[in-house]
Design a protein around this ligand. Structure first.
Ligand code: GLN
Length: 505
């Protein structure tokens, strides 16, 4: 019997179409894998075995009746716990939302259901998506399937680890400063942050509204394109959603897989290299650029001078928006309520609840954000950051005059050890050096595994950025690079991951 957990989503869709298996069999195989390894990986906060199997049975019935909903009908998926799921717990990795079960679906979740994808469960994350290691989850860290003592990236480490550990063929992530791409890089998986406004944010519990995007987490570029076509496109429920059709993403991935990049101009960003970048990560990056050149691409150096200020800019804008968003967790409407004493006032209950319900990183950012927005400092910090944000967008515009896509390593290092950066917020923030500019400018970016860094044998990633609305370029170039790297390695990167035999849950 085939091991269905080792197949890509595209292969599963083909096997279903050929009548070689059923959605129930595929879904059960993934639930068995979760039961076997998730005790060690802890990618999931909630597994919905019963619901997933019922949805799979419905998919099989549709197939028998010839009423399929999409090409991915019957292929199971995991969903980051920051997305509202009707009837399933949604905690955002926070104690303050423990026990909250939304009465509605996020638009992307509704679209999964309307396309017939069984939902396996909800994945672990840094609390309210703040972090780069998933260690800030109030429910315990996720472990990297390549080495259980290392971080899986963050904030969407649960989604990336679930896909890397073959617990799910597909997952949804969210990316505010890199939370889809950086976990992709350190787990050897693919992750795409769509153009801002390209995928609905309705029902995504906001971290920073002007930066957040939902996107696919997968093992191949084609699978990301397939999933992006399911979740993307205009949504009247999100006022920032772009009212335009998506470019042909699956076609672009298929075109790229032919391996021809003739005429494509690749811009290498000067500022995203140098001190602090792990040598093995840079070696794999350079090799990827060489492979793109061998495929016919032309390489140009581009300078984006304002990118050196991106991190500082982000850590003013993000906390400002987050502090405002998190004000709604007031003990009155959702989740946790702590009574400090009998007869306490509403204000005392709010204070006690927020003290008990939020973790240190969340509190740190609320303090930073309220400070940056306070009347005496607004112009000096928040206003200034918005100006630098404009400069970063202008750097992108100028760079895209010279190049069709821009490339850099996705993250400066491979996966670090659990605990290594937990007490050093700045060291943690630096992981997103390369991914943050795309969020500030709203442009799309994909991370594709670039191979194993020589020092530690752990995966690294290459990020491919495109102009707003040109997500298809990420998929075309990403698929071409993936095809070239596959020839180089002789097998998918994840085949090289140490076998994971975790304890049964
Ligand atoms: N690691 C970044 C942060 O902590 C990015 C988070 C994200 O993309 N959600 O803010």
């Amino acid at each position: 019997m085939s091991d269905w957990t080792r197949k890509t989503a595209a292969e599963l869709a083909d096997a279903l179409a050929a009548g070689e298996t059923t959605s129930v069999e595929i879904t059960q195989a993934h639930l068995d894998r979760i039961a076997a390894v998730d005790g060690a990986v802890h990618a999931f906060l909630h597994v919905d075995a019963e619901g997933a199997l019922a949805q799979a049975a419905e998919s099989d019935a549709r197939r028998a009746a010839g009423t399929l909903l999409s090409v991915l009908d019957g292929v199971p998926i995991a969903v980051k716990d920051v997305l509202a799921t009707n009837g399933l717990p949604t905690t955002c990795g926070s104690k303050i939302l423990e026990g909250w079960v939304p009465p509605y679906d996020a638009t992307v979740v509704r679209r999964l259901r309307e396309a017939g994808l069984p939902i396996l469960g909800k994945t672990n994350m840094d609390e309210f998506a703040m972090g780069s290691s998933t260690e800030h989850s109030a429910y315990g860290a996720t472990h990297n399937p390549w080495d259980l003592d290392r971080i899986p990236g963050g904030s969407g480490g649960g989604s990336a680890a679930a896909v890397a550990a073959f617990e799910a063929p597909l997952a949804l992530g969210t990316d505010t400063g890199g939370s889809i791409r950086q976990p992709g890089a350190v787990t050897g998986t693919v992750g795409h942050k769509p153009t801002y406004g390209g995928v609905s944010r309705y029902g995504l519990v906001a971290l920073a509204n002007s930066l957040d995007q939902v996107g696919p987490v997968t093992r191949t570029v084609l699978d990301s394109a397939l999933l992006h076509e399911v979740i993307g496109g205009h949504d009247p429920l999100d006022s920032t959603s772009i009212d335009q059709p998506l470019p042909p993403l699956v076609d672009a991935a298929k075109q790229g897989a032919d391996g021809d990049l003739t005429g494509v101009r690749i811009g290498v960003i000067t500022e995203l290299a140098g001190d602090g970048w792990q040598p093995g990560v840079m070696t794999r990056f350079q090799e990827s650029v060489d492979l793109m050149v061998a495929a016919g691409a032309e390489v140009v150096e581009v300078s984006c001078p304002s990118f050196v200020h991106a991190l500082a800019t982000y850590y003013l804008i993000l906390p400002a928006e987050a502090s405002s968003n998190l004000a709604k967790f007031d003990a009155m409407r959702y989740g946790l309520r702590v009574w400090p004493e009998e007869g306490a006032s509403a204000e005392e209950v709010m204070r006690a609840t927020r003290d008990a319900g939020f973790g240190d990183e969340v509190k740190r950012r609320i303090i930073l954000g309220t400070y940056a927005l306070s009347s005496g400092y607004y112009d000096a910090y928040y206003g200034q950051a918005q100006k630098v944000r404009t400069l970063i967008a202008r750097d992108f515009e100028a760079a895209f005059e010279k190049a069709d896509v821009l490339v850099s390593p996705t993250a400066p290092t491979t996966a670090f050890k659990l605990g290594e950066k937990l007490d050093d917020p700045i060291a943690m923030y630096l992981n997103d050096l390369a991914t943050i500019p795309a969020n500030l400018a709203g442009v799309p970016g994909i991370s594709v595994p670039s191979g194993l860094a020589d020092e530690d044998g752990l995966p690294a990633g290459v990020q491919i950025l495109a102009p707003a609305l040109a997500d298809d370029r990420c998929y075309r170039v990403g698929a071409a690079l993936e095809a070239a790297l596959l020839k180089q390695w002789g097998a998918p990167l994840l085949d090289k991951a140490p076998a994971l035999e975790g304890p049964s849950a």
